[in-house]
Design a binder for this molecule. Structure first.
Ligand SMILES: [Zn+2]
Length: 244
């Protein structure tokens, strides 16, 4: 099957990553699906996990966005980076005015995932969005599918760690960090990433992601709030998130 798909990719123009029925423009999307992504507005996803930072997503993980994100990650379609990065940029605009001196800290892929894709998908989507500080590293972790929320949280904590000198330099700068990831589901990864930074004294007022998945599992009920592109969304988030 995989061979057939690869062969198809060689001989046919790439289909739209979302609907797969129309040839894509250079963006990886057809005009209709590109318009669907453009029509999305950021959503505020409030994790039940109290220590996790508030998360602003470019849109819900559904429809054209879910399809595009999957193709980007699983089939290495790098040409989708600008479209997905634009959604990250909108989410970032919601939080950036609140913490203007913040730096972006991407959640890293594991080395194996990076090698399999041929690029770091979060880094790549962040191009042009701001100053990236790659202070986190990820050890291999089990596939989160099928894990309980507690197991996910433990796996995330065991996987994420700091590049010590880089983290020390960030902490010494006194600047807060906005975490960046592709998708948030239970919030376990962002919670673990924030914990690494906060332990070093770096404030983590918020996180931005391309898409937020709505999961209703016990203990991890997310509340979506559609937010305008204004900082009021973050002002409504619990105050403690702006400290450590
Ligand atoms: Zn399409």
């Amino acid at each position: 099957m995989r061979l057939t798909e690869d062969a198809r990719d060689l001989f046919l123009p790439a289909a739209c990553a979302s609907c797969r029925s129309t040839p894509a423009a250079g963006t990886g999307l057809c005009a209709d699906c590109a318009a669907d992504l453009l029509a999305l507005r950021p959503v505020l996803a409030t994790p039940a996990r109290r220590t996790a930072p508030p998360v602003v997503a470019g849109g819900p993980y559904a429809g054209a966005l879910a399809e595009a994100l999957n193709e980007y990650k699983e089939r290495g379609r790098r040409e989708l980076a600008p479209a997905l990065g634009a959604l990250l940029g909108r989410a970032l605009a919601v939080v950036a005015a609140e913490v203007p001196d913040a730096v972006l800290v991407p959640v890293p892929a594991t080395r194996a995932a990076r090698r399999a894709r041929g690029f770091d998908h979060v880094d790549h989507a962040c191009a042009g969005l701001g100053e990236l500080h790659r202070v986190l590293r990820a050890r291999a972790r089990p596939d989160s599918v099928g894990l309980t929320p507690e197991q996910r949280a433990a796996a995330a904590r065991a996987s994420l760690h700091a590049a010590p000198r880089r983290l020390a330099a960030l902490a010494a700068s006194g600047r807060p960090a906005i975490l960046v990831d592709d998708i948030v589901t239970t919030g376990a990864t962002l919670d673990a990433a924030a914990a690494v930074l906060r332990r070093a004294g770096v404030a983590v007022p918020a996180a931005v992601v391309v898409a937020a998945a709505l999961v209703g599992r016990k203990g991890f009920m997310w509340r979506y709030r559609r937010v305008p592109l204004r900082v009021s969304a973050i002002r409504q988030a619990p105050k403690r998130h702006f400290g450590r």
